[in-house]
Design a protein around this ligand. Structure first.
Ligand code: ZN
Ligand code: FE
Length: 257
């Protein structure tokens, strides 16, 4: 199996997974980069997986389906281009011989789902849309901070070697914020240097993995004493309630420049 990040728009990635013949694509916000990659690699598109309803994740779905006959899967609780197979947390689907489990990860949108496979060529694989980014997480547009925290907790509990396929290249700006939150985290400083070198070479910083994110991502670390203390100081919070700390961390990031 081969996993490819197709860059699109300003900073999106459409993830393509293929076996040399058949391919699936995740969150194709535009058909053109997908069509071009399929032609270049001589692949047939058989499945389209969607994580949530935003246009930068769904804009190419109808054109790709019409051109290829690929079947479309997406969140039951959101509106995406019909017809598609509606999925809920706990559902399973077999794609390219891979067994994917659907996870409910509300927060960025209220019906957002993710796709997790225990073993693709020996290592777990996660397509998480706009829920988890390297060094960050999605903005909370429709859900609540409590929902987003629970969704990130569920993703953080996946195996450490899970490859995390996020839908945006936000890593460097996320890491600038992460350093402001946790200036004493050496693993974070090292990872920032590593990601800067990748971007300087024109290479995606993704996929990341769950073990790395647990070590460097403030949104998976909001219960760590250093993170909690930094948030409380920044927001002048009197409480250490974990949801309020997480919400204040997300607010801090929203206004961080
Ligand atoms: Zn989105
Ligand atoms: Fe997006």
């Amino acid at each position: 199996m081969e996993l490819i990040a197709l860059p699109a728009f300003e900073d999106n990635y459409f993830w393509l997974l293929h076996d040399g013949q058949d391919a699936l694509v995740v969150d194709p916000g535009d058909a053109a980069p997908v069509t071009e990659a399929l032609r270049r690699l001589g692949l047939r598109l058989t499945r389209i997986l969607v994580t949530h309803h935003h246009g930068d994740h769904t804009g190419g779905v109808a054109a790709l389906r019409d051109a290829s006959g690929a079947s479309v899967y997406g969140p039951a609780r959101e509106r995406i281009p019909q017809p598609y197979t509606a999925l809920n947390g706990g559902d399973r689907l077999q794609v390219l011989g891979v067994d994917f489990r659907v996870l409910d990860v509300p927060g960025h949108t209220s019906g957002h789902i993710a796709y997790f496979a225990e073993a693709v060529d020996g290592a777990p694989l996660l397509f998480c849309g706009d829920t988890l980014f390297s060094g960050g997480c999605g903005r909370i547009f429709e859900g609540t901070p409590a929902q987003m925290l629970a969704s990130l907790d569920a993703l953080a509990a996946l195996p450490a070697d899970t490859r995390v396929c996020c839908a945006h290249e936000y890593t460097l700006s996320n890491l600038r914020f992460a350093r402001a939150v946790e200036p004493g985290n050496d693993a974070l400083a090292d990872y920032q240097a590593h990601c800067q070198a990748l971007r300087d070479a024109g290479t995606p910083t993704l996929p990341t993995d769950i073990g790395t994110e647990r070590a460097i991502n403030p949104f998976l670390r909001s219960r760590e004493a250093a993170v909690t203390q930094a948030v409380r100081a920044h927001a002048a919070l009197a409480t250490d309630d974990e949801v309020e700390v997480f919400a204040a961390l997300r607010e801090w990031k929203n206004e961080f420049r």
